[in-house]
Write a protein that binds this ligand. Sequence first.
Ligand code: NI
Ligand code: MN
Length: 227
Amino acid sequence: MVKVTFHGHSCFGFQTDKHSIIVDPYLSGNPHAKTKPEDIKVEAVLLTHGHGDHIGDGIEIAKANNAVIIAPFELATFCQEQGAEAHPMHIGGSFDFAFGRVTLTIAHHGSGLSTDKGILYLGNPCGFVVNFEGRNVYHAGDTGLFYDMKLIGEMYPLDLALLPIGSNFTMGIPEAVKAVELLAPNNVIPMHYNTFDVIKQNPEEFISRLPETVKGTVLNVGESFEL
Ligand code: NI
Ligand code: MN
C-alpha cells in the first residue's frame, strides 16, 4: 500500500511500509500548509524545479533528515552547494532507489530561483514518475499541456496522476482534462490551485469533467489517499 498525503499546493508525501519521501515541500511559506517542515520525516526529497513554491523547505528538510534530494542536475548541484546531499538526474533517466524507481519527465515551465542578486537559473524543470511497489505515480510538476503525456502513460501505465489545474503558471482545468485523456491514469488528484489568487479554481469542476474510467479525488490539505 502507498499512502499519499497532500500537504498543500504541489507538496505530496508518499509512505510505504518501510519508506517515506516527499515531493516539492513548500510548507513554511504556504499559509494553507498544516505541517511544519520539522515534522517531516523522510529519506528523500524530490524537487521538480527551482521556483520558491516547489524548492520550499526542501534543503532544510533534507539536511535535518540526512535525506537525499533528487532533482535535475543543475538544481541538485545547487542543493549540494547549500550543504545538502543530492542525487542529480535528468529528463528521460531512471534510477532505482530503496523506496522505488524514479524517472524524470519533461515539464514545460521555468526553473529560476529568485535571490537577492536576481534570478538564478537552475536548468530545466521536470516531472517525476515514481514506481512504488509496482505502482506508478506521476507528479507532473508545473507544466503546460504536452502531447508526450501520451508517451508517459504508455511507457509507465499510471495508477495515479497528480496534475496542476491552477492555470496562469500551469495547465488550467480544460488542459488538465485533456492531460488525463492522454495519460489514461486510474486515479487523478488535482494540485497547484487556490494557493494564490491568480490560480483560483474549483477542483470539483475538474473532477466533474473527467471520463468515467478515471477516478478523481480532491484532497484537502492534510488528507491522504491510499493506493
Ligand atoms: Ni513553478
Ligand atoms: Mn509553482
